[in-house]
Design a binder for this molecule. Structure first.
Ligand code: SAM
Ligand code: SF4
Length: 461
């Protein structure tokens, strides 16, 4: 290999994988790896995988097949291309990956990727390695901090992992097995990371975790802090204009977090709160540990703190035993809450989870038919939500250049993309934009007035 190596990293699945991919790149940088967007040029290809549904796993294996051909082409030219599989498929399937796909050189689990530089050095000596044991050391203590230029390249909005793993054991879900038990990072380490990002120009931070509102990291006073307390602390970091968090469990939406929505203007009024089903029978079979009414009570408490809150959710259709009446309960819940949008999935049996062994599996055709009906309803709500924006003046955080010359793209508090004519120097500014038109996937607007200038420290902003 040449002195500077090229790494191509592809993320599948959730934002936690996007964050982990960035941290892998940061950790490989001091070892001489720079990121490339061209797969064929890579000396090292990392697939950061998702195990949540069967389709996600199938995608990984078909991607490995495609990369194997490039690896063979590279070898024919006398160049070695290494293939690593990271993330949840690596964690769940370990050695099986190399058995099924012998072109893979390294399988590295979600808690072990801080060891990448050492592992790569061993691969270069010709080993094939599987490293998925949960380690004794904490990867966050070892990972290299991102370089300022890497932060600037990734944009003004960043993810920060604050919590990993899940103790809830919903009967359909692999996460407690692939990501392990809930672990929270200490408050001060998160504050340091957010300050580092803000100093390089980041203006919006989304705190992420498989079960983010179960956060209970050690506070400066030596006691566990809630997510609400962490958010209050982060709202004080100079330069941070917007805070978000995802993904939450309804059971962990405590009073402090609910109150934070009323107290912190920087905390965006847009909450992703997965419910999965509107039927109590299904919620019990899924082991969600809450009823439909308890979910609605949480929504009402949040709305009482901040009237302009909007909600999104996740739904699973065709969970074992779901009847037409249960499914209709899901449809009525969508109407009752009036979600701004939602993700909906066909139930995918995952080996090793209790629901996969339930007898009353729903036929595929019925699952698909229900998914279509649910998605049509969600789309109606999404259109209605976007239509409300027409003529309104919204706070928009300007993020990056748009497609047209002189255009920038920003986001409203509700993560709606907005195209607006504005100079590049305004990237990173929070401005007021009057919404003039609504496209299929974007809003269009005109600058009303600038509200806050970009902060001088913002490198590249
Ligand atoms: N922790 C979050 C929660 O409490 O809902 C969800 C995290 S999970 C990574 C994201 C979404 O994937 C879930 O909300 C669920 O809708 C979906 N999901 C998980 N397992 C699934 C399965 N076996 N089949 C279909 N969808 C699934
Ligand atoms: Fe999976 Fe979320 Fe349930 Fe945990 S709370 S088991 S991550 S769906």
């Amino acid at each position: 290999m040449s002195r500077t190596h090229k790494v191509f990293i592809k993320s599948f699945g959730c934002q936690m994988n996007v964050y982990d991919s960035h941290r892998m790149a940061d950790t490989l940088a001091p070892a001489g790896f720079s990121e490339t967007a061209t797969l064929a040029d890579a000396d090292l290809v990392i697939l950061n995988t998702c195990h949540i549904r069967e389709k996600a796993v199938d995608k990984v294996y078909s991607e490995i097949g495609r990369i194997r051909e490039l690896k063979e082409e590279a070898a024919a030219q006398g160049r070695r291309m290494l293939i690593a599989v990271a993330g949840c498929v690596a964690q769940a399937e370990g050695q099986e990956i190399i058995r099924r796909a012998s072109a893979v050189d390294l399988v590295v689990g979600s808690q072990n990727y801080h060891r990448l530089p050492g592992l790569i050095a061993r691969l270069q000596a010709g080993e094939q390695i599987v490293d998925t044991e949960f380690p004794a050391d904490d990867k966050f203590d070892v990972l290299a901090a991102p370089l300022p230029e890497a932060i600037v390249k990734r944009g003004i909005s960043a993810f920060v992992t604050v919590q990993e793993g899940c103790d809830k054991f919903c009967t359909f879900c692999v996460v407690p097995y692939t990501r392990g038990a809930e672990v929270s990072r200490p408050v001060e380490k998160i504050v340091d990371e957010v300050e580092h990002l803000a100093a390089a120009g980041v203006r919006e931070v989304t705190l992420i975790g498989q079960n983010v509102n179960a956060y209970h990291g050690l506070g400066a006073d030596g006691r566990p802090a809630t997510l609400g307390r962490l958010l209050r602390r982060l709202a004080e970091v100079p330069g941070i204009l917007r805070l978000r968090y995802t993904t939450s469990h309804p059971r962990d939406m405590d009073d402090d977090l609910i109150a934070a929505h009323g107290d912190l203007p920087a905390l965006m009024p847009y909450v992703h709160l997965p419910v999965q089903s509107g039927a109590d029978r299904m919620l019990a079979a899924m082991n969600r540990k809450h009823t439909r009414k308890e979910y609605l009570d949480v929504i009402a408490a949040l709305r009482a703190c901040r009237g302009d809150l909007a909600f999104t959710s996740d739904f699973i259709v065709g969970f074992p035993g779901e009847t037409e009446a249960d499914f209709r309960d899901t449809l009525t819940l969508v109407d009752e809450v009036g979600f701004a949008t939602a993700y909906s999935f066909i139930y995918s049996p995952r080996p090793g989870t209790p629901a996969a062994d339930m007898e009353n599996q729903v036929p595929e055709a019925q699952k698909s038919e229900r998914l279509q009906r649910l998605q049509a309803l969600i789309t109606r709500h999404w259109r209605a939500f976007n239509t409300q924006s027409l003529g309104r003046t919204e706070d928009v955080l300007l993020e990056k250049p748009g497609k047209l010359p002189g255009q920038l793209v920003g986001r409203t508090p509700y993560l709606q993309a907005v195209q607006v004519m504005a100079p590049r120097s305004m990237i990173g500014s929070l401005v007021q934009v009057t919404i003039t038109d609504i496209g299929t996937n974007t809003l269009f607007g005109a600058l009303a007035q600038e509200r806050r200038a970009p902060i001088a420290a913002a490198a590249g902003a």
